[in-house]
Design a protein around this ligand. Structure first.
Ligand SMILES: Cc1cc2nc3c(=O)[nH]c(=O)nc-3n(C[C@H](O)[C@H](O)[C@H](O)COP(=O)(O)OP(=O)(O)OC[C@H]3O[C@@H](n4cnc5c(N)ncnc54)[C@H](O)[C@@H]3O)c2cc1C
Length: 416
C-alpha cells in the first residue's frame, strides 16, 4: 500500500487527504496545532462563505494573474462540486446576497466535525502537535521515497519517509491559528522561489483627525464606490467600515492589489470615495444648487444629497473642516473624496496572504520541480483573491489537484 504524508490540516490539506485515502493510499496528516481546521473554524465566525455562484469567466478573473494556472483546477473541482461535497457531509448550502454561497448552519463547526469523522472512516491518521521543519537530507531516497522532518511538542525530532507528500501549510495571516509562514525557510533553502508573503484582504491606514476617529470609528460608509487614484482598476462598490486608524471592509479588500501597487510605487496612495455612486455628478450639482438661504452646510448636504453624518464627516476630513459652498465643486468632491492611505494593516491581521511558492516552481499537477514527489496546495501558493468565497474555493480546488497529481505520480506516470 502506498503512503502519503499531508502536512497541514487546513481545508486544502484535508481535502487532499480525503482524495488520496479514497484511492486506497495510507494517509497521515501532520498538523502543528493541537487540532486541525482552525482557520476554517475562524472563517465560520463570519458565516463561512465557501464559494460564489457567479459565471466562470468573472469568477476566474478574481484570481488576477493566477487565473490561468488555477482555471484547470477550478474546472475540475468547482463551486458546484464544493457544494455537492458539503451536501455529502450533511451540510446543505444556500446562495446569499450577491451570489455568495454559505452552509445553512452558517458556521464551520458541524462541517468540520462531519469531515473529521469521514476522514477517520477512510483510515486517515491525524498526528497533531507535529511541526514540519523541512525535508530530510537527502530529501528522498534512491527508491523515490520522500523524507520529511518534524519537531514534536516535546522538542524531539522525527523523520518520516513516505511515497508522496502534499504540503498545505497555509499563508501567514492570523498566525495564532497555526499558519505562520515558517515554511518559507525550508523551501528557500532547497532553492524553491517564494514570492514574499504580504497582507491581502486587509484594512488600510489613514491618518484621521481625532474628532473624526472618535465619532465615526465603527461606522460604515454605506453604498460607496472606491477607486485608487492613478490606477485603472474599476471602482469597487460596497460598505467600507471606518476604524480608529483607517478603513476596512469588502471594497477596501477588493481594491487591495491596486492599493499595494500604488504604495509600492509612491509610498502613498489616494483612495477616491464616491459617496453617491448611483447619481451622476451633474444631477448632484443641480440638487445642490437648490439651497435654502437659512440652511447650514450640513442640512444643505443632507437635504439635497441624502448624505449621512459619517459621509459628511468624510467630506470635512478632505476639506480641512470647511465644506465648499459652490454646488459644482461640492458635487465633484462627493463623487471622489480623496483619502490618503499611508499603509496597510500588518499581515497578522489580514484575512489572507498574497505571495507564496512561485508558480514557476510547480508543474501543472502542483509537484515541486526541484523535489519530485512533493506537492504543494492551498494558500501557500502564489495567488490571491478578494473575499467572496474565492479563497476557500481555490484552497479546495488546489488540494484536490495536488492529490490527483500525487496519485498519478504514485501510479508511475509522470504527472508533468
Ligand atoms: C478571519 C478569517 C475569515 C475568513 N473567512 C473566509 C471566508 O468566509 N471565505 C473564504 O473563502 N475564505 C476565508 N478565509 C480564508 C480561508 O480561511 C483560507 O484561505 C483557507 O483556510 C486556506 O486554506 P489552507 O488549507 O491553504 O491553509 P490553512 O487553513 O491556513 O491551513 C494550513 C494548516 O497548516 C498548518 N501548518 C502551518 N505550518 C505548519 C508546519 N510547519 N507544520 C505542520 N502544520 C503546519 C496550520 O496550523 C494549518 O492548520 C478567512 C480567513 C480568516 C483569517
Amino acid at each position: 500500500m502506498s503512503t502519503a504524508s499531508v502536512v497541514g490540516g487546513g481545508p486544502s490539506g484535508l481535502v487532499a487527504a480525503e482524495v488520496l485515502a479514497r484511492a486506497g493510499v495510507a494517509v497521515t496528516v501532520h498538523e502543528r496545532m493541537p487540532s486541525v481546521g482552525r482557520k476554517l473554524l475562524m472563517a465560520g465566525h463570519g458565516g463561512l462563505n465557501l464559494t460564489h455562484t457567479e459565471p466562470r469567466e468573472p469568477f476566474l478573473a478574481r484570481y488576477g494573474g493566477s487565473a490561468g494556472r488555477l482555471a484547470p483546477m477550478i474546472d475540475a473541482f468547482g463551486p458546484e462540486d464544493l457544494r455537492a461535497w458539503c451536501a455529502g457531509l450533511g451540510e446543505l448550502t444556500f446562495v446569499g446576497t450577491s451570489g455568495r454561497v454559505f452552509p445553512e448552519a452558517f458556521r464551520a463547526t458541524p462541517l468540520l466535525r462531519a469531515w473529521r469523522a469521514r476522514l477517520a472512516e477512510l483510515g486517515v491518521v491525524v498526528r497533531t502537535r507535529q511541526r514540519w521543519t523541512g525535508w530530510t537530507d537527502p530529501p528522498g531516497s534512491a527508491d523515490g521515497a520522500v523524507g520529511l522532518a518534524f519537531v514534536e511538542a516535546d522538542g524531539t525530532r522525527t523523520e518520516v519517509a513516505c511515497d508522496v507528500a502534499v504540503l498545505a501549510l497555509g499563508g501567514a495571516s492570523w498566525p495564532r491559528l497555526g499558519s505562520d509562514g515558517g515554511w518559507v525557510g525550508p523551501f528557500t533553502e532547497r532553492g524553491v522561489a517564494v514570492t514574499p508573503l504580504r497582507p491581502a484582504n486587509t484594512g488600510v491606514r489613514v491618518g484621521w483627525t481625532e474628532t473624526f476617529a472618535a465619532r465615526f470609528a465603527g461606522t460604515p460608509l454605506k453604498h460607496v464606490a472606491l477607486s485608487v487614484r492613478g490606477r485603472d482598476a474599476p471602482p469597487v462598490r460596497g460598505d467600507a467600515m471606518v476604524t480608529t486608524s483607517g478603513l476596512e471592509g469588502g471594497p477596501v479588500y477588493a481594491s487591495g492589489v491596486a492599493i499595494r501597487e500604488a504604495l509600492d510605487a509612491d509610498g502613498r496612495c489616494v483612495l477616491e470615495v464616491d459617496l453617491r455612486p448611483d447619481v451622476a455628478v451633474g444631477r448632484l450639482a443641480d440638487r445642490l444648487r437648490q439651497r435654502r438661504p437659512k440652511d447650514s452646510a450640513s442640512s444643505w448636504l443632507r437635504r439635497s444629497t441624502g448624505l449621512d453624518p459619517v459621509a459628511t464627516g468624510l467630506l470635512r476630513e478632505a476639506t480641512g473642516g470647511t465644506l465648499p459652498d459652490d454646488a459644482a465643486a461640492t458635487a465633484a468632491l462627493i463623487k471622489a473624496v480623496p483619502v490618503l492611505v499611508t499603509g496597510t494593516m500588518p499581515l497578522e491581521r489580514a484575512i489572507s496572504t498574497a505571495g507564496g511558492v512561485a508558480w514557476s516552481e510547480v508543474d501543472d499537477h502542483l509537484m515541486l520541480r526541484r523535489l519530485p514527489g512533493s506537492f504543494v496546495a492551498g494558500e501557500m501558493l502564489d495567488w490571491e483573491a478578494p473575499t467572496g468565497g474565492y479563497l476557500l474555493q481555490a484552497s479546495f480546488s488546489s488540494g484536490v489537484a495536488a492529490a490527483h497529481g500525487a496519485l498519478a505520480w504514485l501510479a508511475g506516470a509522470d504527472p508533468g
